[in-house]
Design a protein around this ligand. Structure first.
Ligand code: 5GP
Length: 227
C-alpha cells in the first residue's frame, strides 16, 4: 500500500441523548468515506439494531474480559451500561490515512484527550452537538419510544449533566435540521483535513537543490524592494 499523504482524523462526536449525533455521524461516514468506530456495549439491542453494525453487543463478562485484556482505547459506564471503543476499530485506519468518526460520551472523550500517545493526540478532533432545547430532547425521546419512563428520566438527567461539558470541545453545533447539522459537520472535517500537523511533506517538495549564492549582485531589483 502506498504511503498516505497524512494521518487520519480521529473525530470524536459527543452530545446528549437524541441530539441527532448518531444520524450526523452515519451520514458523514458515507458521504466523506470515513470509517465509523463500532463500539462494544453491554446494553440490549434496540429494535432494528444489528450486532456488528450498530454495536458489538456483549455480555458484561465478555466486556470485562476485553477490558482486562487491554482491547479498548477507552471505556466508560453510560446510562447504567458499559460502552467502549476497540483499538482495532481505530488505530490501523488512522495509520492508513483514513478518517475515523466515533460517537462517544463525555467521559470517553476526556479519557482519549488525556492519552499520552502523541499519535492519538495529533489525530484528535472533537465536536459537541447541542440540542436546540430540552423540550426538543423530550419530544425526540418520547417519539422514539424505545425507553421506559425510568430510562427516559435517567437519560434526561444525564443530558443536562453532559451539556455542562460542551466547552471542552473545540467545535460545537447547535442542532438545527439534519441537513444543516450535516453540512456544518462536514465543513469541520474539510478544514481539519488541511491542518499541516497531520500532513506528510509532499514528495514533490523534497529535492536536492544546491544552496544559492546569496551575494548582493544576484538579488534582483524586485527582490531588493522586499527588504
Ligand atoms: P446509546 O445507548 O443511545 O446508543 O448510547 C448512549 C451513549 O453512549 C451515547 O452518549 C454515546 O455517545 C455513548 N457511547 C457510544 N459508544 C461509546 C463508546 O465506545 N465509548 C463511550 N465512552 N461512550 C460511547
Amino acid at each position: 500500500m502506498s504511503r498516505p499523504d497524512r494521518i487520519g482524523l480521529l473525530c470524536m462526536v459527543s452530545g446528549p441523548t437524541a441530539s441527532g449525533k448518531t444520524t450526523v455521524c452515519r451520514k458523514a461516514r458515507d458521504l466523506e468515506d470515513c470509517a465509523y468506530s463500532i463500539s462494544c456495549t453491554t446494553r440490549a439491542p434496540r429494535e432494528g439494531e444489528q450486532n456488528g453494525i450498530d454495536y458489538h453487543f456483549l455480555t458484561k463478562e465478555e466486556f470485562m474480559h476485553r477490558a482486562i485484556h487491554g482491547d479498548f482505547l477507552e471505556w466508560a459506564q453510560v446510562h447504567g451500561n458499559c460502552y467502549g471503543t476497540l483499538k482495532s476499530e481505530v488505530v490501523a485506519f488512522l495509520e492508513a490515512g483514513r478518517d475515523v468518526i466515533m460517537d462517544i460520551d463525555i467521559q470517553g472523550a476526556q479519557l482519549i484527550r488525556a492519552s499520552e500517545d502523541p499519535f492519538i493526540r495529533n489525530a484528535l478532533v472533537d465536536v459537541f452537538i447541542l440540542p436546540p432545547s430540552m423540550e426538543e430532547i423530550k419530544n425526540r425521546l418520547s417519539g422514539r419510544g424505545t425507553e421506559t419512563d425510568d430510562q427516559m428520566r435517567l437519560r434526561l438527567y444525564n443530558a443536562l449533566e453532559e451539556m455542562k461539558h460542551w466547552r471542552e470541545y473545540r467545535y460545537a453545533i447547535v442542532s438545527d435540521t439534519p441537513e444543516r447539522d450535516l453540512e456544518r459537520f462536514r465543513s469541520i472535517l474539510h478544514c481539519e483535513r488541511l491542518r499541516s500537523c497531520r500532513m506528510r511533506t509532499p514528495a514533490g517538495l523534497i529535492g536536492d537543490i544546491p544552496a544559492p549564492d546569496l551575494s548582493d549582485d544576484l538579488i534582483t531589483a524586485e527582490q531588493a524592494e522586499l527588504f
